[in-house]
Design a protein around this ligand. Structure first.
Ligand SMILES: [Cu+2]
Length: 478
């Protein structure tokens, strides 16, 4: 009966009702007092305190008394049950980012997944996959309430194993990049990307120069739950190999991260092994993106791993990396400036032929002026887009994403796996699998995918404010 701990008797009727809605739920739940075996995983949504450092503790909502939530390890292809307890007064949704699972359990209102009602429990059952670094987070709308949705501490990494994990590493680390205590700002503090230097293939001839509306910004940062210097350093020895799984769990900004004095070898993007692992001086991660990197510890000293932007790093987005026997002030060295280039990690062969089905999209921002919220459009109108994007099961599609706005957008399609085929006019080699792609400032990205996941699938910008104010669309199957 341990699975029932903490669930009041009065909630059973609701629980039974939810269980009946859920395909794959444990049978027998129509009895007045169902007896459910303990779930494989439990997530409890409740207020938490996050101690960033000795002088700063913040209050937010997290999972299982912490933020980030616990690292969940699952096995690809082995079904799991997850009990989600919502101890808050707000209906919640837990989305499994990067998993190819049915809409009923994907934790997204637009796809028809049920909310986890306040002070109740919901059980989901799904088969995790594909293998790799996935993550889970709130998918609740926040709109103008910055204490909701993905602005809170409701995020965590779920690592899906396939039994082929090499394990040839001395240390494996899971690092989530975060900002906290977001607030509205009237100025466009675009410190979050460096795609301005890229070709602006989609810059429209006429740009809407109306005064900008409010943007969400932050001045408080961490890696996992600690600000730079606020926690223990990552302790390493010369010659060690580190495997780091980065996740940009920000609701508001893209990020670039580096380890001073070291290069990182990118072996996976969005949890999927890349065809051509490559060394880089820094990694650019759109909100929602992940990167798996190897680092060979070959430069003894005490270093900072953190955001390449000084202001962001010094406001907390960093962690000290300390070699054994070294005791000195942590050092930062700016990495070489280079445009982030997804194409470097693609396969070297010929690109796949273009699918005949084309979905052509353009994104725009409608500035709303001081004190108001900008609106974001897909093909000229904000959400809802419920009927335009209809997929035929089994068909292959090419999705062209044209960014006619002055910001870089991390675009994400639920429950499907993309192959990036073109970036700002440059053909991408085969095999670069992603679920989130940053479409650069006035730039263009093109992805192919197979419509092999029947049911509704949400497409959206992973910046919460953009999504909340129109920047999403629903893909449906015919
Ligand atoms: Cu966006």
């Amino acid at each position: 009966m341990t699975a029932l701990a903490g669930v009041g008797q009065s909630r059973w009727p609701l629980l039974a009702q939810q269980a009946m809605q859920m395909p794959g739920s444990v049978p027998g739940t129509t009895h007045a007092v169902p007896i459910l075996p303990k779930a494989d995983y439990e997530l409890r949504i409740a207020p938490v305190q996050v101690e960033l450092d000795q002088s700063r503790t913040l209050s937010t909502i997290g999972y299982n008394g912490q933020a980030p939530g616990p690292l969940l390890r699952m096995k690809a292809g082995k079904p799991v049950t997850v009990d989600i307890f919502n101890d808050t007064d707000t209906p919640e949704l837990v989305h499994w980012h990067g998993m190819l699972i049915p809409p009923e359990v994907d934790g997204t209102e637009e796809e028809g997944a049920p909310y986890v009602a306040p002070h109740s429990r919901s059980r989901v059952t799904f088969t995790p996959g594909p293998a790799g670094t996935r993550w889970y987070h709130s998918h609740a709308m926040a709109m103008d309430d910055l204490r909701k949705g993905s602005y809170t501490g409701q995020f965590g990494i779920v690592y899906v194993e396939d039994g082929n994990d090499k394990g040839a590493y001395d240390q494996e680390l899971f690092l989530s990049l975060r900002d906290w205590e977001p607030f509205f700002s009237g100025s466009m503090e675009d410190d979050d990307d460096d795609t301005h230097d890229a070709p602006m293939l989609e810059k429209p001839p006429h740009i809407n120069t109306d005064p900008n509306g409010l943007e969400v910004v932050s001045m408080t940062y961490s890696i996992n739950d600690k600000a730079l210097g606020g926690g223990e350093p990552i302790r390493v020895k010369e010659g060690q190999r580190l495997l780091i799984h980065f996740c940009n769990a920000s609701a508001i900004e893209n990020r670039r991260i580096a380890l001073a004095g070291h290069q990182m070898r990118v072996i996976g993007l969005d949890g999927n092994p890349v065809p051509t692992p490559a060394l880089v001086d820094s990694v650019f991660l759109g909100a929602g993106e992940r990167a798996d990197v190897e680092i060979t510890m070959n430069k003894p000293g005490v270093w900072i791993m953190g955001a390449t932007e000084k202001m962001v790093r010094e406001a907390g987005l960093g962690v000290v990396v300390e070699y054994a026997g070294q005791h000195k002030t942590p050092t930062w060295v700016d990495p070489k400036k280079a445009l982030w280039d997804y194409t470097a990690f693609a396969g070297k062969g010929a690109a796949a032929p273009a699918p005949k089905n084309i979905i052509d999209m353009h994104f725009e921002k409608i500035p709303r002026g001081m004190g108001k919220f900008n609106v974001w459009t897909v093909n000229g109108k904000p959400y809802p887009h419920e009927q335009e994007f209809v997929l035929q099961r089994g068909e292959r599609y090419r999705l062209i994403m044209r960014n006619w706005s002055d910001d870089a957008h991390p675009m994400h399609l639920h429950r499907h796996l993309w192959e990036l085929v073109e970036m700002n006019g440059k053909t991408v080699g085969p095999g670069l699998k992603k679920d989130t792609v940053v479409v650069p400032y006035y730039g263009r990205a093109v992805v192919d995918f197979t419509a092999d996941q029947p049911g509704l699938a949400l497409f959206h910008c992973h910046i919460q404010q953009h999504m909340d104010y129109g920047f999403k669309a629903l893909f449906r199957y015919a």
